[in-house]
Structure formats: structure tokens, C-alpha cells
Design a protein around this ligand. Sequence first.
Ligand code: NOJ
Ligand code: CA
Length: 673
Amino acid sequence: MKSKTFLLFGLSMSAIASPAAARECTQSPGKLLELCVSVEDGEARYEVKRGGTVVIAPSRLGLAFAGEADPRYSALGNVKRSASDTSWEQPWGEQRLIRDNHSELKVTLAGDTPLSRAVGVTFRLFDDGFGFRYDYGAIAAGQAVAVAADHSQFRTVGDWEAWWYEGLGQERDEYLYKQTDARRVTLAETPLTLKGGNGLYLSFHEAALVDFPSMLLQGNGAGSFNAWLMPWPDGTLAKKTGPFTTPWRTVLVGDSPAALADSRITLNLNEPNMLPDVGKWFKPGKYVGVWWEMHLEKSTWGSGPKHGATTANVKRYIDFAAKYGFDGVLVEGWNKGWDGDWIANGDKFSFTEAYPDFDLAAIARYGKGKGVGLIGHHETGGAIENYARQLDDALKLYADHGVAAIKTGYVRHSGTIVDGEGGLQWFAGQYAVRHHLDVVKRAAKHHIVIDTHEPVKDTGLRRTWPNWVSREGARGQEFNAWGNPTNPPEHMTILPFTRMLAGPMDFTPGIFDIARGGTELTRRVQSTLATQLAEYVVVYSPIQMAADLPENYEKRLDAFQFIRDVPADWETSKTLQGVIGDYVVIARQERGKGDWYLGAITDEEARTLQQSLRFLPAGKRFEAQIYADGPGADFRTNPDALTIEKRIVTRSDTLRLALAPGGGTAIRFRLLD
Ligand code: NOJ
Ligand code: CA
């Protein structure tokens, strides 16, 4: 691993530059992006160009605080420049080695209020985007301050299309994306992805969201976006004590959707791994679970004659997992508190008491004997205080039984997390941001990884806390059981360029019984069987579920072979083709092995893609095991038609991927020599 950091020149000016000279610029390492920061007319602003094209027109910077006027800035100084080109290794991930090649510009803004008299701003420029963050390092230690506004602005010029959904909706981040003129964006969750009439693609997000509210973006109707922070119940945005730095505000900039998907800026702007030994206590893997059967209402989370999490039923899943080589079994509905309206009564959940027909110790022993781990489950119903009170005992219970991973859940309408400090909390305000990271840190002490559902969005914190292994945070497979409507095919071609830019997703692919006895199209999975396989490559997660019922897999062992083979940890990943909302093709190399995998998914349109195999290494032959849509396949009328073909290929070949409506292709390239 190479590691090279150097300081171009460090310039420390005790005197702040005069307003006339108040403009500083820097370029990305390959000189593709240029960023300038300036102070003018009392405002601090930054602007960004890519190859001479304006990406961000002069846009405001800075926070405002309760009890103070909006700061006006008179000068900038303390200019420091540096550059760094290093690589670091992920314990697991979509890519093992990550290159962090950036230039940095730091300035201090002189504001006219006590709290903003010396505001540090750090800009980091990469060739595929940039980030900036504020450093309120001059605030006195111990001084309590309340952030009242974030004036950070992102002003685009020209025509842009956006993929987005309305922030603050009651289902949090579980919405279908709409595609509109960017000027029609009102309040959007990030990552917010834009396509320009100039051929550029942008994605706005944040990195290292720690002890601060989550940022949404508010459109002004003219293509400009303002940071909008999820408030506390009293309207305060962030409560801080003493000096602090904010999360990074980030913008990916590329000339294709693939460039966004393959950017690693979000990870690079997070702090290094705090858990260097995490690889000793957790390995990525695949799991099955007592899960889909509840979503189909074949069994219940709550107690009674249809209770799903019984010792006998869980043993059946463990037997299945052991037989087919899965690492884990998720069990939901094992603990007391599910009876009645569990969303309204989240504060009644016990995280240590099991229902009488579930014997945790016996099941853990049984699984261990067969080499299958349990994946624990903590549904909180959004009652965070109830959960936090029980957390240490709950973690200890699972740790004592060898449980290495816990899926958490926060099902409750957004804005109504109960009994959070001071009233009803947003699901991703500072209170919730603190809570989620606290769970992850406490779980790490027990050598447990966390997979959060209804989470705060991922901002790359998995670099620092790799035991925050995966999250939901979008409309997942569960919507294909009961959603009205279920996810349309184009959803899977939008996610890779929007939600997935944030980090891994526990989407839970792999539903084989698609038609479900002729269930109406918009109330069931809207894809072909081949697409369900391709999702294992397209949607990255270090823990991947095979979500369907064991009996449905046993009916299609031919297709199931792909799920058995596909890994959940990668040496590298490449987005090969993609048009947002139309189709996507992604290839990934298995970590520690020479095999490659490819997933291609289309929307409701059939299409044939030519795919060069140039991504494969030179001088090697592979057996391509191709799982493609069969003759007549169509997500509406014939979702199960699948052909499985094997052929020998090298990197000189080009494959023709014929995708049915709602279809896909999944390929394993098995290294031969
Ligand atoms: C929502 C989660 O996303 C889902 O996977 C889980 O089964 C339910 N909550 C119940 O906890
Ligand atoms: Ca959910």
C-alpha cells in the first residue's frame, strides 16, 4: 500500500487578507476541477468549475447561531494548501483498496458576530468531486451554542434534471423517486442526483454525519439548493458545546452516471477505521430468515397460532441455511412486545425476554452445531429511549449466545419518534444521529455488527465504524410484499445512482415466487427471475439476504445456484453502463478470488446491450455462467422464464445482453486458468 502525503506550501497569515485580495483558488489533482472561495459584499462564497464549465456558481457559506444576527464576512485569511495521494484498505467492501487523491484548501473567514469571528472552512478537491466543512474551532470550550441556520448553498446554472423524493414524508426515505426538472425540487433528501443539459452529472450529499442534524436540500425554484437541517422539537437545528466541526457537504461531479457510482469521495471524507480488529470478529456473508413469511402474512411477528419465530420454525431455516451454505438466519418477532399495535406501542418492546415458544439458547446451540449464526433483531417502533435503556443488556444477551449481527428497526412515521429528549423527533435529526452511532459504538464493544432499517442515511461512517455494516434507507424488497404500488422495474435502475451513492443497502433480493398465484402486478414483485439474481451484484451489501421462503428456492435449485455462488465482499467494482431510470450494468471481482460477477437490470423496456468484457484481466479464460431472461420472459406475463448457459470467454469477447421487460442478466465468470 502506498502512502504519500505532502504539503505544497503552508501559509499562515496572522493578518487577514484585505477584501480586495479576498479570493483564493485551488485545483483538483488532475486539474479537472477548480474551486475558488471569496468574500464579497459581506458574504463568503465558493464556486466550482469542471474543465472551464461552471458547476457551482458563487454560493454562500456559513452557519448562523441563535442569539446572533446573520454573520457578515469581511475577509479571509490563514490560507493553507496541501495535497495528498494515499491508499487505504477496507476490512470488507465494494472495493478493497481505496485511493484518496485530493488537494486541500483551508481558509479562515472573518465574520462580524462573536461565534463567527473565525470560521475555518476546509475544501477537498478530487477529480470526481469535492467536499467542504466548517470548523468553529474558536468557540470557547464548554460554551453551549445553538445552530439556527445553515447558509450553505449549491447554485447550479442551466438545465438539470433531478431524481428525488420529497423530504420529511412520513415513510422517511422509503419513497419512489420522481424525475423532474431540478427547478421543481422543493425539499429533497440526499444523495440528490442531477443530470445536466451540458452532459455533466452531479450528486449532492454529505460525509461523516456525526452529532449534527441530517441535511436535506431546499430548492429555490431557479436551480439553486440550500442546506436544510432537520430540527429539534424546539426548532433549534444543532446543539453543540465548545469548538466543533460540521459534516462535509459533498458534490460528486462526473460525465456519466457510472462516474458517480464509482466515486469513493464519501468514504474518503470519513475518518479511518476505529475497529482495526473487526475482520477477526465479523465476515461478510449471506443469510436467510424468518422474514418474508411475515410480510406475506403467512405467519406473524406477534404471539399466537401463526407465530413465525418458533424454535421449530427457526430450526427449519437453520437446516436450510446449513444445507445450502448460508452464514446466518435472521429471526424477527422473537421478543415480547409485538402483540397489538407495535408501532404505536414501541415503548413496550422487551429486548431480553423471548416469547415462550422461542428458545434462544437452544437455537443458538443448534445453529452453532451446523455452522450457522443467528442474526438478531431489535425493532424499536421508533421508541428510542426504551431501546437505549435496555441496549447494554440486549447486546450482552445476544453476545452471550454468539450472535454477531443485529438488524435494528425504527418503524414509525417520520417526525414522531417517541419520548426523545424534548418531544417528537425527526428520524434523522441530531438526536437520532447521536442515537444510531451510540448503538453502533456500544455494539462494537460486544463484537456485534449493526444493520439499521429506517436509518439515518449513510454518509460513509462505515469507514470509521465498519460494524455499521449495512442499512435500509430506501424502498426495499418488503414493498414488493405489501406496497401499493410495489416497486416498478425502473426503481432498480435509479437506486444505483441515488441511494446507493450513500453506501450499502440491505435491500433483501432474491424473491423467486414472483407471480404469487396470480397476484395483481402492482401488488407483487415487478421483475423477472433473472433480475432477482442480478440484484445481488447491482445492490452492494456486505450482508445479503436470500429473502424468499426455503420451499420456493427448492423448486428452482438451478437459479438458486447463483445466489449460493455470489459473494458479499469484493476486490473491486466497476459500473460498466447505465442510464438513470433505464438500465444499469455493474461488474465486481470477488475479494481474494479471481472470479468476477456481473449484474444487468433494465426498466420496463426490453433492451439489448452490448457489453465488452475488457474489465476481465488479460491472459485469463473464464467460464461465464449466464443466467438470462428466457424466451418470452416479461415481468408482467412471464417472469419465471430463465435460461442458464455456460460458455468460455476472455476479455476480448463482447456479450450481447438481451434483457426482457423488467428483466436482467446475472453472470458468474469462473476463473479457469
Ligand atoms: C421494517 C423493516 O424494513 C423490515 O425488514 C422489518 O421486517 C419490519 N420493519 C419489522 O421490524
Ligand atoms: Ca423498512
